[in-house]
Ligand binder design. Structure first.
Ligand SMILES: *[C@@H]1O[C@H](CO)[C@@H](O)[C@H](O)[C@H]1NC(C)=O
Ligand SMILES: *[C@@H]1O[C@H](CO)[C@@H](O)[C@H](O)[C@H]1NC(C)=O
Length: 469
């Protein structure tokens, strides 16, 4: 009873403490600068589509008061020559646009005098300063919101053409002022719209990616983004789960502290927790097992999977089961464990290898069960937006589990099982690993010149990015 309580307590403590992310993503100033270019291009497009409502007013000129109206106003050019994006520690980013200009065309009409013509309008010295908060939404996706926005218009100059334009140009300063106020009011709602559109995009990010029929990987944020002077860091779960049945593994991520590198736009750190959660899922699903038959052994191999070959090492086998083919079953006993050391990714597995003789009627007669402890080196690489790998055997240790054929020296089987691992098992696993596992969903983003490093407890991908489509 006390033991049960201790276990329950332990389980509770470990779940509450397991808030370390499995994956960390860092967006550097360089990445943000690329974001600024994209953002400015988007704001420029938005500004071009602004519809300015028809406008009317009164002005006093030499002949008395006239009522004028401006209509059919359209933007012909927008320039955003100067802009900057800065990180605001603890909050998000600040976007500043200065010296912007807009040129417009439209038609004018003066009531009662039945006079009309066209006009050109130039807006100069437009300044927009906006603070944008970067947070995590309830689904664990990044979300942005406007904290503050201020817009001011330096000057507005209108020039009338046609009709008695000479006359109306005299009162243009009243029009300038009225238009300036009207414009100033429109800009922040426009920025708001641009940020809302960005949020809509962010909401489509895939935080749960299907890997295969057994597993999916969750990349939702486990805490709010951390904004510092030099980067925005996102803490993601980075955990493999059984599809539809999310069960936590008995281990949790160790803390990742990213190195102070900033020459790439984006850094993605994957802790050993992520591949280990994969091992947990696949082991639980019972799919980390493999039947090995003679046809899987390369033709050129001198060893065959039959009682003749094994009889050389264990004479009882040749005696009790003469002239039979054999079959092996390799099955993991525990979840495989990945460890990252500088420049070295290693996978440790603990498995059993059961050997059977195949009777002429198809019945399998068990011969022995060996425990196989192996250590393989993982060579990791990027394949498109996936992380892929290939394994090579490092060390293998055999011990006897059960023998159905009496005493024998396990050591004599070393060579044959090394060969089975190297020539049969690892190539099959490598075909699987070459398919790769998806990196955190980055929307319509492509990696440019990615570099992969193995560091203590995590692997780090440093990359520039490019928006596609
Ligand atoms: C990599 O690490 C493993 C254990 O962590 C060790 O057995 C192996 O020798 C190392 N390989 C290299 C090339 O350092
Ligand atoms: C198959 O053959 C083995 C060995 O001759 C025998 O022990 C076993 O009973 C047979 N099984 C069936 C289902 O006939």
């Amino acid at each position: 009873m006390i033991l049960t309580w201790c276990l329950v307590l332990l389980a509770l403590t470990s779940t509450t403490l397991s808030s370390n992310p499995g994956v960390k993503v860092r967006l550097t100033n360089k990445g943000l600068e690329y974001g600024r270019q994209l953002g400015i291009a988007s704001i420029q497009q938005k500004l071009k589509t602004v519809e300015i409502p028809d406008f009317s007013g009164k002005a006093r000129v030499v002949i008395g008061e006239v009522k004028y109206s401006l209509s059919n106003m359209r933007i012909v050019n927008v320039g955003l020559p100067r802009s900057a994006i800065d990180l605001v520690p603890g909050t998000g980013v600040k976007l500043t646009i200065g010296d912007a200009f807009i040129s417009m065309k439209g038609n004018w009409r003066v009531k009662y005098l039945r006079d009309s013509g066209s006009f050109d309008l130039n807006v100069n010295g437009l300044t927009i300063t906006t603070s944008i908060a970067v947070k995590s939404d309830e689904t664990g996706r990044p979300a942005v919101s406007i904290v503050s926005c201020a817009a001011s218009v330096g000057s507005v100059k209108v020039k009338f053409h046609g009709g008695a334009s000479w006359l109306y140009n005299l009162f243009s300063k009243y029009v300038d002022k009225a238009l300036r106020n009207a414009l100033q009011k429109q800009i922040c709602p426009l920025v708001n719209k641009a940020v809302e559109d960005l949020n809509t995009e962010l909401k489509t990010l895939n935080v749960l990616a299907k890997v295969d029929k057994y597993a999916e990987i969750e990349y939702s944020m486990v805490s709010s983004p951390e904004v510092s002077k030099s980067s925005i860091d996102l803490s993601l779960k980075g955990e493999f789960y059984n599809i539809g049945k999310h069960q936590e593994p008995p281990f949790s991520p160790t803390a990742i502290s990213l190195p102070p590198q900033t020459d790439k736009m984006l850094y993605i750190a994957l802790s050993a927790f992520t591949p280990n959660s994969a091992g947990f899922v696949y082991n639980k699903a019972g799919v980390l097992s493999l039947y090995i038959t003679d046809d899987m052994v390369p033709k050129a191999s001198p060893f065959r999977l039959n009682t003749k070959t094994f009889g050389v090492f264990i004479p009882q086998i040749a005696k009790q089961f003469p002239g039979l083919m054999m079959k092996l079953l390799l099955k993991t006993e525990e979840s495989p464990k990945v460890s990252f050391e500088p420049k070295n990714a290693t996978l440790q597995t603990s498995a059993t290898m059961t050997a059977y003789a195949i009777q002429p009627n198809g019945t399998l007669s068990p011969l022995f069960v060996l425990n196989v402890e192996s250590s393989v080196t993982a060579h990791l690489f990027l394949s498109g937006m996936n992380i892929a790998g290939s394994l090579s055997l490092n060390k293998m240790k055999l011990t006897l589990g059960t023998s159905y054929v009496g005493q024998f020296q396990v050591g004599t089987l070393d060579t044959i099982f090394q060969m089975v691992l190297k020539m049969v098992v690892i190539p099959i696993v490598n075909v699987q690993l070459a398919k790769g596992y998806p990196l955190p969903a980055l929307g319509k983003i492509q990696l440019v010149n990615p570099q992969l490093q193995i560091l203590k407890d995590y692997m780090l991908i440093g990359t520039d990015v490019q928006l596609t489509g």
